[in-house]
Design a protein around this ligand. Structure first.
Ligand code: SF4
Length: 469
């Protein structure tokens, strides 16, 4: 029970300080500050402890939210950190990048005019502050099993699997093609949402738990998959989805048209000083930029282009604002930073001779729901108009791109390119090769960080059972 039953009335929802627009668009650092202990305790004390915590159900990893809020209110920070890690392997990262308005905070009973409990910010505070004060996961009860699991991909699914395996006494060795861990956490999500030091801290936590990372190593190129199969007791695949979905309209191959991911990755690599050759960075300084797509990746592109000094950034989305897939917080941040949104507008052609000069858009109206339950946009005849542009970014999402060698190891792929796994059997996330498990975007398609964490954890539980524990 909260010490002040009506604290939610006396204390309004208040997030940590947010940097002013004029300052934050001049750098790539995170735009939100952190709570101190007193702020975190008073915001946590706003929780009503409702009997049926809808926030927990809506959270994809089913965090014990009211319980760790109470521990924060009581100042039991290390206990809160231990509890939060019982369900989430990357709580400080989810606290930063989850679209809380659609998940835990959207389901909070107080999110009905009184202001939801600031769950994401408190989750971030718990691990950030506990780490600063010297907390590290309690591994004193762990008994080494002598088993080893090879993990392909150091993104959220792979890291979550490694975390759960280590806690079960199973040695995890994580291979990744990139020079740093994190996958899209490091190279895709811009630092103004997730500073890379946060991922570095998580690396040190995992290494302290006995997880080993082998980086700059592409499985199937630098090292054979066969050697993993032979050298480990089981293998987990968390290789993500890196191939862009194209729009299928004329002009996508013009000079000046960029896919979202290479654009974001090139900018992060430069910020991390990993680019030897500056020409590989896509620089939109002084350009009139049109971003096509209304998801979080589109918002990341919008805000990166603003920070690069684009002359204008326009974001076109084919449905209305209510139906945007992106987090409302990121849409609001984009607007604050000067992005112009065109809702109910669908691209039909990118114009230009050898270089993009504009985007032809048609207005849309929402029709009947499609198979996914979302109302389909239908173009309005005669509504085409042109938005001038000298750079266009395509941010329509990602699709799986499984390597051909999967078939050599009996790892079956569904028609949509996703890895087929057993989701209901004794060993969840087991592929058609019993020794190989898979999870995250390459199984469910491009989705949230927190859903990849959930699948990595579930797969690790399946692997643990498969190994007889
Ligand atoms: Fe909310 Fe995401 Fe944390 Fe779950 S993991 S409590 S959805 S911020």
């Amino acid at each position: 029970m909260s010490k002040h039953p009506l604290q939610f009335l006396e204390v309004p929802r208040r997030g940590p300080q947010k940097e002013e627009v004029e300052i934050r668009i001049k750098h790539y650092g995170e735009i939100y500050g952190s709570y101190d202990g007193a702020d975190a305790a008073s915001q946590a004390g706003r929780c009503l402890s409702c009997g049926n915590p809808y926030c927990e159900w809506k959270c994809p990893v089913h965090n014990y939210i009211p319980d760790w809020l109470r521990l924060v209110e009581e100042g039991k920070l290390f206990q809160a950190a231990e509890l939060s890690h019982q369900t989430n392997s990357l709580p400080e990262i989810c606290g930063r990048v989850c679209p809380q308005d659609r998940l835990c905070e959207g389901a909070c009973t107080l999110n009905d005019g009184l202001g939801a409990v600031s769950i994401g910010n408190i989750e971030k505070y718990i691990t950030d502050e506990a780490y600063k004060q010297g907390w590290r996961p309690d591994m004193s009860h762990v008994v080494e099993s002598g088993k080893r699991v090879g993990i392909v991909g150091a993104g959220p699914a792979g890291l979550a699997a490694a975390d759960v395996l280590a806690r079960n006494g199973i040695r995890a060795v994580v291979f990744d093609a990139y020079p740093e861990i994190g996958g899209l956490l490091t190279f895709g999500i811009p630092p103004f949402k997730l500073e890379k030091e946060v991922v570095q801290k998580r690396r040190s936590i995992l290494e302290g738990m006995g997880v080993e990372f082998v980086l700059n190593t592409r499985i199937g190129v630098d090292m054979s998959f066969e050697s993993l199969i032979e050298g480990f007791d089981a293998v987990f695949l968390g290789m993500g989805t890196y191939s862009s979905v194209s729009g299928g309209f004329v002009g996508e191959d013009l000079f000046g048209v960029h896919e979202a991911l290479p654009y974001l990755v090139s900018n992060v690599r430069r910020e991390m000083k990993l680019n030897n050759d500056d020409e590989s960075r896509i620089d939109l300084h002084g350009k009139h930029v049109v971003v096509l797509g209304g998801g979080d990746t589109g918002m990341d592109c919008n805000r990166t282009a603003i920070r690069q000094g684009a002359s204008s950034v326009t974001c076109a989305y084919r449905r209305d604002e209510v139906n945007m897939p992106g987090s409302r917080r990121e849409v609001a941040n984009s607007k604050e930073e000067g992005v112009l949104f065109l809702f109910n507008e669908q691209p039909v052609e990118i114009l230009g001779a050898d270089h993009v000069t504009g985007v032809k858009l048609a207005k849309t109206e929402l029709g009947e729901p499609g198979p996914d339950g979302r109302r389909r946009p239908e173009t309005v005849a005669g509504s085409e108009h042109v938005v001038p542009a000298d750079a266009v970014i395509i941010a329509f999402g990602f699709r799986p791109d499984p390597p051909e060698w999967f078939s050599d190891f009996d790892i079956a792929i569904a028609d949509n390119g996703r890895v087929r796994v057993d989701s209901i059997g004794e060993h969840p996330y087991q592929t058609t090769n019993p020794k190989v498990f898979a999870g995250g975007d390459m199984v469910r398609g491009s989705d949230l960080v927190v859903t990849a964490v959930f699948e990595g954890r579930e797969a690790a539980a399946g692997i643990t059972r498969y190994l007889g524990f």
